[in-house]
Design a binder for this molecule. Sequence first.
Ligand SMILES: Nc1nc2c(c(=O)[nH]1)N[C@H]1C(S)=C(S)[C@@H](COP(=O)(O)O)O[C@H]1N2
Ligand SMILES: [Mo]
Length: 338
Amino acid sequence: MSSALPEIEPVTREPLNAHTPAAALREARTPTSAFYVRNHFAQPALDARAWRLRVPGGELALDALRAMPQRELDVVLECAGNGRLRMSPRPGGTPWGERAVGCARFGGVPLRDLVGELPTGTRELLFAGADHGEVEGRRIAYERSLPLERALHPDTLVALTMNGAPLTPEHGAPARLLVPGWYGMASVKWLVEVRPLERAFEGFYQADHYVYREARGGILEGPVTTMRVKSWLAQPAHARVGQPTSVRGWAWSGAGPVTHVDVSEDGGKSWHRASLQAPTGPYAWTPFAWSWTPRASGTFTLLARAADATGDVQPLDAPWNVLGYGNNEASRIEVQVA
Ligand SMILES: Nc1nc2c(c(=O)[nH]1)N[C@H]1C(S)=C(S)[C@@H](COP(=O)(O)O)O[C@H]1N2
Ligand SMILES: [Mo]
């Protein structure tokens, strides 16, 4: 018997970018070793004992953070570039297929418990990672800001754990920001500084990247923020003619609860309402299931389309924008029916 941990599937090696393997996406919580990794630069190796988090009014050591009241949340993290390969014409950028997504239990300290009194006139908080590199001839770090309201939301965490264990180096050890409901770029890994800003941040990963540009197909232009409603069909891979088969998967949205999921066996001509189970928290994905009885043998592609409480529905075709963000087209699974 093998005790090997499930492994990520590299998309690029330097820097490391890797998909979650399909098998791991059959589980409600994605194992950490299988959870997709998205890095812009080489991973910094931070010494947890020497590490400090600079916050307005001081700095904090890891032990001090661990001693504070902790909050745990199941959170779907999805890269804004997930599904980019299906866009046409194909945008540049990391060639993500469709598995730059996962759901894990994160634990840590609400950011608002860490920042003391902020200077009057503070509009945003800036979050700096320890990783850096050269971009368009300039040396920059991975930095992102959040509007004050989102930064101080009780569920915005400085996360120290993932699936009950200390963060691993790939996922931002010793501490990362976690912004539930937003695409992954907001959740700054290897966090070393939180800084108040009086004006909107205009750094590379804020104003040049992670913006919807020349957007078409239901995406408005502007900054990339919340995850658009989406689903993942996890099973089945095989089915038998005349035998009921459980079609299952997950649906999520950063804008509100998932209200329904429909499944199609005929390429979107007709739809069947799936049953939903309660998610394990407001930011976890929602399990759905539909019983399918195939009437013929062959290869079938099933489609799933989720909707959320804001009335948003997954489009059947990939939306498009220059940098290839936010593709939330209906999900598909190929099933061999014998
Ligand atoms: N410091 C730092 N934080 C970062 C990134 C990065 O390159 N550097 N990538 C971001 C992006 S684009 C995503 S999608 C998530 C991915 O988190 P994961 O690698 O833990 O899955 O981290 C975000 N935080
Ligand atoms: Mo991302």
